[in-house]
Write a protein that binds this ligand. Structure first.
Ligand SMILES: *Cc1c(COP(=O)(O)O)cnc(C)c1O
Length: 228
């Protein structure tokens, strides 16, 4: 290791609390605590914050932007071989190659053009990050994600026509809605397609997501603090 990782008592305490709340939510849902993976969303926070979380045993991180991920994570990998990076933000087709290079999981596959770009990028890079399909469960016009009515056909096309390594589904419910029905809808869709991974729930609603079957929760501000 090039240097000792920085310790941050606030991040350590926050992580401890989130882990505890995940365990409690799992217990209430009669699910084992290991059924839920915490993705620590470090967007806008510096690499030192990521290192502080790594020093607490947190190995799985989420970033929104390819460029920011490239600036933080490749340099950390030699010292932390268990580190895994999820890209969770809207992805431009022209960033597919960089995304495939930097990420272990891409959670935001949401349109046919991107499916083709990722397929080509994986072939060229000889690297296969796992993929989640983002569903726009609220059919919000400004939001990323495949529209609800197109989701079934898109999921099938990604797996069967394009042969993509699709593990599951992801959603971000509308901010003003009760998130529970959106989580339930996503869970039902995943079951229908035999998909095991469900990425849903953020700082404000991860316990509800766990009750509805989330296997991955994406928690940012409750670990790293407010973003500017
Ligand atoms: C920022 C972000 C999160 C984390 O949000 P918090 O409310 O800070 O926990 C989760 N998922 C996605 C897709 C995000 O962009």
């Amino acid at each position: 290791m090039p240097h000792d990782p920085p310790l941050d008592p606030t991040i350590a305490a926050n992580l401890g609390q989130i882990r505890h709340r995940i365990a409690e939510a799992c217990a209430r849902a009669n699910r084992p605590a290991e059924a839920v993976t915490l993705v620590a969303v470090s967007k806008t926070h510096p690499a030192t914050a990521v290192e502080a979380a790594l020093a607490c045993g947190q190995m799985i991180f989420g970033e929104n932007r390819v460029q920011e991920a490239e600036g933080k994570f490749p340099a950390l990998r030699p010292a932390w071989p268990a580190l895994r990076l999820h890209l969770i933000g809207a992805l431009q087709t022209n960033k597919a190659r960089e995304a495939v290079r930097v990420a272990d999981v891409i959670e935001s596959l949401d349109r046919p053009k991107l499916a083709l770009a990722l397929r080509d990028a994986m072939a060229r890079e000889d690297r296969q990050p796992r993929l989640l399909i983002q569903v726009n469960t609220g059919d919000e016009p400004q939001k990323a994600g495949i529209a609800r009515a197109e989701a079934d056909a898109f999921i099938r096309a990604c797996r069967e026509e394009h042969g993509l390594p699709v593990d599951g589904l992801m959603c971000i419910p509308p901010a003003e809605d009760d998130p529970r029905p959106h989580f339930a809808l996503l869970a039902e869709m995943a079951t229908r397609h035999g998909l095991a991974t469900l990425s849903m729930g953020m700082s404000g609603d991860f316990e509800a997501a766990i009750a509805e079957g989330a296997t991955h929760v994406r928690v940012g501000s409750a670990i790293f603090g407010r973003r500017d």
